[in-house]
Structures are given as C-alpha cells and as structure tokens.
Design a protein around this ligand. Structure first.
Ligand SMILES: [Zn+2]
Ligand SMILES: [Zn+2]
Length: 240
C-alpha cells in the first residue's frame, strides 16, 4: 500500500513475507526521488505502478540507504540517477562478481558471506535467483551530499551505526522527517542480529542531536523521535 505521510512524502509499505522494506518517495517541483529501490525488479515495478495509480510523476533519482539486497536489488529496474555512500557502492561492486545458482548461494552461506535469513527470503522473492542483477549507483559520496528537488532539498549523511557501516540517513529539513534505512538495527552479518554497544551508544547520540519528528525505518511502522530513542535506550540499558 502506498500512503502519504504529509507534504508530498509517500511510503510503499514493507512486506515481511519476502523481506521487502518500506520504500520512500519524495516529490519535488522539478525532480522526485526514491529512498531505496526494493529487493527485486518486481518490487520496484510495484512502487512505480502505485505512483501511476496516484498520478504521481516517476522519480528521476534514487537513494540507497545501505548495501543489503532488500534495499538495492531493484536498482536494475530503475533508469534514473542513483546515490549511495562510497562503501555501499564498494560492497555492491564486490557482489557483482557473485553467481546466483543454488550451489554458489549455498557456498556463500558456508563461508559466512551470506546469512540464512537473506538466503531464505531471496529464494522466496525470486522465481529464479540466477536472474539477479546488481547495478551500481551513479553518484557516490564520502560524508554528505545535498540533493535539490526544486522547491525542497534532501540531505544525505553517512551515519554508519550498529546495523551496517555504510548506512546513510536521508533527512528532509523542512518537514523534519528522517529516513534511516535499517541503521539502528542490530548487526545480522557480524553479530547475529545483536548490537555492538559502542556503535549503538554513538548512534543514539547522533539521533539526540538531530532535529526530526518522524523516523522512517526500513522494516517498521513510522516512529516519533521520542519513541525510537526510548527503544534504543532500553536496548542499550539491557546490555549493561
Ligand atoms: Zn532491510
Ligand atoms: Zn539492512
């Protein structure tokens, strides 16, 4: 379902079954922008169809919040300019050499390059995983990048955090909306979904400093600033 969270900002709801994250759409007077491009071309096409139904223009730009497949594998179905941190692009570039037949996928599970959760959901999302195509972003940046959509801006900032070192925030200063991808989640590749307490503490500090009202996570309902902070403090205190 595509729904508006106010002032030309739309979200295509996440779908747990095949681990599809929330996708964001921000409409500007000149250009519009996707936040994340989905876990497959089918997911990307679903978003574009939903925009069509609402008579919203297709975006010319897309942002990748981090390298994980569920946020990036739809990029091959998107024709515009895409943005990510350098680290995200580096990881995607590495994965371009991967093969997607069952044996190669199983080998990566054994080597620890892939985790069972993603392996399982990829097999559910794709009828044939050998059709997976990884496309690289057009523009990469180290720390910050500001995108002008005409009458509004989107500020990208590399944030890192406990989930994945390459993560970025996409911030809408006028509306005080913060798209965070999965940045506050645990580390599923390195720590079996657990938190590194130092990284979590630092992330909480950055969140405290940031002036936002709504927090958009990749796989959760929309949260207010005090709600996400309360949860993360609880998780941090739990670790002591
Ligand atoms: Zn995700
Ligand atoms: Zn992730």
């Amino acid at each position: 379902m595509l729904y508006s969270i106010g002032n030309r900002i739309w979200i295509l709801s996440m779908e747990e079954e095949t681990d599809r994250p929330n996708l964001g759409y921000i409409q500007g007077s000149k250009d519009s922008l996707f936040i994340d491009v989905g876990n497959s071309p089918r997911h990307m096409e679903k978003m574009m169809q939903a925009l069509n139904v609402q008579n919203l223009p297709l975006p010319t730009m897309a942002v990748l919040t981090h390298w994980h497949w569920d946020h990036t594998f739809g990029l091959c179905a998107f024709e515009g300019i895409s943005f990510s941190t350098k680290e995200t692009a580096r990881q995607l570039s590495l994965m371009q050499s991967w093969k997607w037949d069952h044996q190669s996928m199983r080998n990566r599970l054994k080597s620890g390059e892939e985790i069972l959760f993603c392996h399982h959901h990829m097999r559910m999302e794709y009828e044939n995983t050998e059709n997976i195509q990884i496309k690289l972003p057009t523009v990469t940046f180290e720390k910050r990048l500001e995108i002008n959509l005409g009458d509004r801006t989107v500020e990208l900032e590399k944030i890192g955090g406990p989930h994945s070192e390459d993560s970025l925030w996409a911030y809408l200063p006028e509306e005080k909306v913060l798209f965070a991808g999965d940045a506050d989640s645990g580390d599923y590749y390195g720590l079996e979904g657990q938190y590194d307490s130092m990284k979590l503490r630092k992330y909480i500090e950055r969140l405290e400093e940031k002036d936002f009202e709504l927090y958009i996570h990749g796989h959760r309902p929309i949260l207010k600033k005090k709600e996400i902070l309360k949860e993360l403090y609880l998780a941090l205190n739990h670790m002591k």
